[in-house]
Design a protein around this ligand. Structure first.
Ligand SMILES: CC(C)(COP(=O)(O)OP(=O)(O)OC[C@H]1O[C@@H](n2cnc3c(N)ncnc32)[C@H](O)[C@@H]1OP(=O)(O)O)[C@@H](O)C(=O)NCCC(=O)NCCS
Length: 194
């Protein structure tokens, strides 16, 4: 494996896109997190449990994971206004196997459907496969979240399996869909786009 990246390569100050800029999280982003994760619709789309996170759970999540060193989390800002709209992250970074799990939440629901999430994911994949030299990025998404599935497909993720009827929501069972993208697939797409 390549040598461990230094802090700037690992978690850059900023990653610039056309629509969004990813920035390191700051402690005062906790206020936005607390608001986002109190939203029942965010809980419905992102959590196995029905209820939103409590304030204490959000604080623990924010300080141990988002600001911690075993997550690589970045804040999503709209590039033109610098408005903070969400968060995206890699967890379970596994250097031996070159793999990680990806997560994204645009917490401001008026920012959904404007291409921000897809671009943030594109930027994180570029980071994973270039600077971090990873081999595989995987994620899990609930079957009832077609906007997220479509966004991931646009970034090159493919369905590799499903945990059948793994989650109860809105009174019925749904599958948890497993998706991934491999470095060579991402590179081929990137070459095609140039
Ligand atoms: C999922 C999420 C990151 C996507 O980011 P986004 O900025 O809203 O999405 P984008 O605008 O980049 O792309 C959404 C795509 O889904 C499509 N879409 C939206 N609703 C859809 C639906 N009901 N069925 C099918 N496609 C849908 C859009 O048309 C767009 O595709 P297109 O560009 O080909 O037209 C964001 O909506 C979000 O964070 N949602 C709340 C939390 C969440 O669901 N997180 C993911 C958990 S796995």
């Amino acid at each position: 494996m390549a040598a461990a990246p230094d802090r700037e390569s690992w978690r850059p100050e900023a990653i610039l896109g056309q629509l969004v800029v990813l920035r390191r999280h700051r402690p005062d982003n906790l206020r936005a997190f607390t608001r986002w994760y109190a939203d029942p619709e965010i809980a419905r789309l992102t959590r196995y449990q029905q209820a939103p996170l409590s304030t204490e759970e959000v604080q623990r999540f924010f300080y141990t994971r988002i600001l911690g060193s075993d997550f690589l989390a970045m804040a999503i800002h709209v590039r033109d206004t610098d408005r903070l709209i969400g968060t995206c992250a890699f967890s379970q970074l596994d250097g031996d196997n070159g793999s990680t799990l990806y997560h994204i939440t645009i917490g401001e629901n008026d920012a959904w459907g404007k291409g921000y999430g897809t671009e943030a994911t594109d930027l994180m994949l570029a980071h994973a496969f270039t600077r971090l030299a990873l081999h595989r990025v995987a994620l899990m998404v609930f079957e009832f979240n077609p906007r997220a599935i479509r966004s991931y497909e646009k970034c090159g993720f493919v369905v590799e399996g499903r945990a059948r009827q793994a989650i109860v929501r809105d009174g019925r069972f749904w599958d948890e869909i497993h998706m991934s993208v491999l470095a060579e697939e991402w590179e081929a797409r990137f070459r095609d786009r140039r």
